[in-house]
Design a protein around this ligand. Sequence first.
Ligand SMILES: Cc1ncc(COP(=O)(O)O)c(C=O)c1O
Length: 461
Amino acid sequence: MADLLHNQFPPDSLEAKDLEHLLHPTTNLQQHHEVGPVVHERAQGVYLWDNHGKQYIEGMSGLWCTALGYGERELVEAATEQLEKLSYSQLFGGKTNEPSILLAEKLKAMVPFDAGRVFFGLSGSDANDTQIKLMWYYNNAIGRPEKKKIISRTRGYHGVTIGSGSLTGLAPFHKHFDLPIPEVLHTDCPYYYREAAEAETEQDFVDRIVDNLEQLIVREGPETIAAFIAEPVMGAGGVIVPPPGYFQKVQALLVKYDIFFIDDEVICGFGRTGRAFGAETFDIEPTTMSLAKAVSSAYLPLSAVLIPEFMYEPFIAVSGEIGTFGHGFTYSGHPVCAAVALRNVELMEERNIFEHAATVGEVFQQRLRGFADHPLVGDTRGVGLIGAVELVSDKETKASFDAAKGVGAYLMNRCEANGVILRALGDTLAFCPPLIISEDQVDELFTRFATALNETLQWVR
Ligand SMILES: Cc1ncc(COP(=O)(O)O)c(C=O)c1O
């Protein structure tokens, strides 16, 4: 093991110190010790530079989050002003602060459902953990303590805490962590390209997986199921765009069996799909909503859970009996995070960012689909400014490459070498550029990607 810590970097370099001191999240640690880190040093707009001065175009908005791009002065000023005025305050015990109140008011006005209350946290994971706890608290409060299970989907990504990590439907987030917890069930994901049966139409596929969902609900007993959680477009699971009609059919089932819809808008929220929220793009009627990432363009961490007033009302009496509503974080309603998020969403509106995402999104989708004919590409998919290219070893049979070959990872590395940051989700390359990207920059991004893809083809051959 010790020799893993010896590496090719000069001992005083950031690379060497990284390898010595950090435990990297969501990283193949073995590979990391072999190849070492990339040190990000500075960024502006849609461009980022590493510590050797190499420039990259940001094709992933960091982790699907830097919606307004980097170095936005208005957000730096909003943070600085608030830091000077009131660097910290809390929401515990009825204390409050202006940025949190105004942000809650603003978010309620923006979301496409009748939200009554806003609970603040710092990450998508804590938001979805809060969602589970609120479903439990609510059902206990109204006297149906058996209605507790949450249905999520395979390939869904909802975070990594014990609750949200259980909602996540991807094996590496469960294995050796003893997850998922028994209250979480998983149903099919609407991944038509990979999971449709031979000759099955999109509509037949939707009917089949929605029927599977109904069977699961009936088998478990609808009286035991509190909620269904979904991302409008699955992100980390491979950028899966549902076929037309999928959410309408799911939603009808949820109404039939009195199951709430938790809409995880952590990636889709704030313009990613070309509308303000994924719920609008896909005609979803959420019961509750999780927000994070683009809500603050990642200048500072902030998440929000929005619930309807009817869920909040029973909390009042119950918390009175218990003595407190016993859920909250030290940084729930952090005034600096809230001030930045508020200015961020105001800027999105002032600059018509959602309309921009829709317009540039069309060019982006057109360029993306252009790769469908490439010998390595099995599928291209996306909506607005999110998309993916899935690599296959055989276009006809859709056969995947042997996972051990690491073709997706190789392409991601070639992308980096050519100055574009993308993310390999297995052999699917994900695209999620900042919403401020221009048409010329979309062109630049795909030109660099095309070079990397052709280099990968050479390597594969
Ligand atoms: C849809 C979705 N939900 C939740 C999360 C978890 O957010 P965080 O990493 O901030 O905990 C993510 C993160 O990528 C996400 O994509």
